[in-house]
Design a protein around this ligand. Structure first.
Ligand SMILES: Nc1ncnc2c1ncn2[C@@H]1O[C@H](COP(=O)(O)OP(=O)(O)OP(=O)(O)O)[C@@H](O)[C@H]1O
Length: 554
């Protein structure tokens, strides 16, 4: 909350301006009705015409000031809200952006999207719904009660009582008990996002209707949740209005009594009644302040929780010519899984070494890869890069040194050139064309690429991704199944380029067992464990798992 208050404080000029306008608008609304009441009573006594004229002129003046100040208040307070929104967005998105990978591996993307957008949406209204109403209500009531005190102490006391009931007692009585966070909106967004992403697969497997039904039932639950929320808010409103009306009733009864025993001039009775009717209008938003405060606090905590996922202590990776990795007893559990995807994996990767990680499907190769590029964090154990704990290294500085090819790479709609320049922005056409020839893509730089590379074959995508790796040419290469969709002859040529530079550290994940002789070492994974670790010759001589896999692939 302090963060939000601090952000609001930064806008103090506009905050003060909008509060002043809001105060003026509230006060003139009360004055307008008070003046009307007084005018009606005064007119009944047949005063000179100029008195009526002056009173009517004041009435007009109050009307104009009320509308103008209301407009100014809305205009300025919304400006504060939009600045607050942009501050909140900036703050969270700058905190989240460097850790996008970690976050997407921790949360489902729909869930993450919903959490961030709706929580930010809640916080943007913090000023308008939580800070603003109590202050304006307090100021207008103070002035109104002081004004009433001038005519009758008892009536001022009744107003004070009504004020305390509507602004403190009712909101406190209806304040949200610690209730479980609403899940259905989150579920709905998550399910919808997945429905959209996976629509084609659902169609192919005739699952669209089933998924739609599931979404419909979540949607119904969500509507019910919203209905309940609205009911709670309406209940608070109703209570406040009831108290406001009862207070006015008291003012009428008490006022009439004071008039009959001459302790109040009857001329002011209508004015005081109208004051009490109007002033409580301003207190009505107070009923929902606690619920908005609760929502804002929850939203803030949830956003902070997301940012906490990212590590605080991060250091830059020092520049070095060669890079080594050390994995010490690394285990990894995916969220919600009770079986580890990796268990107690330890190995050293020496500077400039070229290693292949192999193993059956589901043995944990990609998980290990994700840990090495810091897209995931180990659940236990540690990974060191050049002796420095990866947990303490900034992702950006790590990825600067790395040329990474993922199993599934993204391609943007544009041209081949655009898709290559992602790896090296300032690359000249001649360099790009050379790289295209190296990876044997028979296309020109101007050829169009559709969104997600839909017009590229699997092999072309892998070659284009490898072209990006060649373009980046960092001292550390990590490739996850880079050539699976490429024909043997081309794959062999690309393989040679992969292992060409002596000083480069290379890690390749593959399930193909051809060409492994040219790697310095081979790590063999099975069931999340590192089963074998040695040179091609050593593993063949050992006649263990690797040897058996080789025999099977023959
Ligand atoms: N996001 C995830 N959530 C939960 N479990 C996962 C997730 N990704 C992988 N796993 C599980 O972790 C284990 C290791 O998976 P991983 O993808 O690392 O294996 P792999 O050896 O790379 O397989 P493949 O060769 O098929 O790509 C598997 O049991 C898999 O089901």
């Amino acid at each position: 909350m302090q963060i939000l208050l601090h952000m609001i404080w930064r806008e103090k000029r506009d905050v003060i301006l909008s509060m002043t306008a809001g105060f003026l608008s509230g006060l003139t609304a009360v004055a307008l009705f008070a003046q009307s009441g007084f005018l009606i009573s005064k007119a009944a006594l047949m005063p000179p015409f100029y008195i009526i004229l002056i009173l009517t002129a004041f009435l007009k003046l109050f009307g104009v000031v009320k509308s103008t100040s209301k407009y100014a208040e809305r205009y300025i307070s919304h400006r504060v809200t939009f600045r607050l929104l942009s501050d909140i967005r900036m703050r969270f998105f700058t905190k989240l952006e460097p850790h996008a990978n970690t976050l997407f591996s921790t949360y489902r993307s729909g869930d993450l999207l919903k959490r961030i957008t709706s929580d930010v949406e809640v916080l943007q209204n913090f000023f308008l719904r939580v800070v603003y109403p109590p202050l304006i209500t307090l100021l207008v009531f103070i002035v109104t009660i002081l004004f009433t005190l001038f005519f009758s102490g008892w009536l001022a006391f009744v107003l004070l009582l009504g004020f305390l009931l509507t602004t403190l007692v009712i909101p406190a009585a209806l304040v949200h008990k610690e209730k479980a966070p609403a899940l259905t909106k989150q579920q709905l967004t998550t399910e919808l996002t997945e429905f959209l992403y996976g629509f084609r697969d659902l169609q192919l497997h005739h699952q669209v209707q089933k998924k739609q039904q599931a979404i419909n039932s979540i949607s119904t639950a969500y509507t019910e949740e919203r209905r309940q929320e609205e009911n709670e808010k309406q209940l608070a409103h109703t209570w406040n209005q009831a108290i406001a009306l009862f207070t006015s009733l008291f003012v009428v009864l008490l006022g009439a009594y004071f008039v009959t025993n001459d302790s109040l001039d009857g001329l002011y009775l209508a004015m005081l009644i109208l004051i009490s009717l109007t002033v409580f209008e301003i207190a009505i938003p107070m009923a929902n302040v606690p619920s908005y405060l609760y929502e804002a606090r929850t939203a803030m905590n949830r956003l902070e929780e997301i940012t906490e996922v990212a590590k605080e202590r991060e250091e830059k990776l020092q520049m070095a010519a060669h890079y080594s990795f050390t994995c010490r007893h690394v285990s990894f559990f995916y969220p919600g899984m009770d079986r580890p995807a990796l268990e107690d994996v330890s190995f050293d990767l020496h500077p400039a070494e070229k290693i292949a990680i192999i193993g059956p499907s589901g043995s944990g190769k990609s998980t290990l890869f994700q840990l090495l590029i810091k897209a995931l964090q180990p659940s236990a154990g540690s990974i060191l890069i050049n002796g420095q704990d990866l947990a303490e290294v900034q992702e950006e500085s790590l990825w600067q040194k790395m040329s990474i090819q993922l199993q599934h790479n993204h391609f943007f709609s544009g041209t081949i050139r655009d898709n290559l320049q992602i790896a090296k922005q300032d690359a000249a056409d001649s360099e790009l064309a050379q790289i295209l020839a190296k990876v044997q893509i028979p296309k020109s730089l101007d050829d169009v690429v559709y969104e997600k590379g839909e017009n590229l074959s699997g092999g072309e995508k892998q070659r284009l991704a490898f072209a990006r790796v060649l373009l980046r040419d960092g001292p550390l290469w990590l490739l996850d199944e880079p050539f699976t969709s490429i024909d043997e002859r081309t794959a062999a040529k690309l393989h040679t380029q992969l292992l060409a530079a002596e000083e480069r550290t290379v890690i390749v994940i593959t399930h193909k067992l051809q060409g492994l002789e040219s790697f310095d070492r081979i790590l063999v994974m099975q069931d999340g464990r590192l089963q074998e670790n040695g040179t091609f010759e050593e593993l063949m001589a050992r006649k263990g798992l690797f040897y058996q896999m080789k025999q099977q692939q023959k």
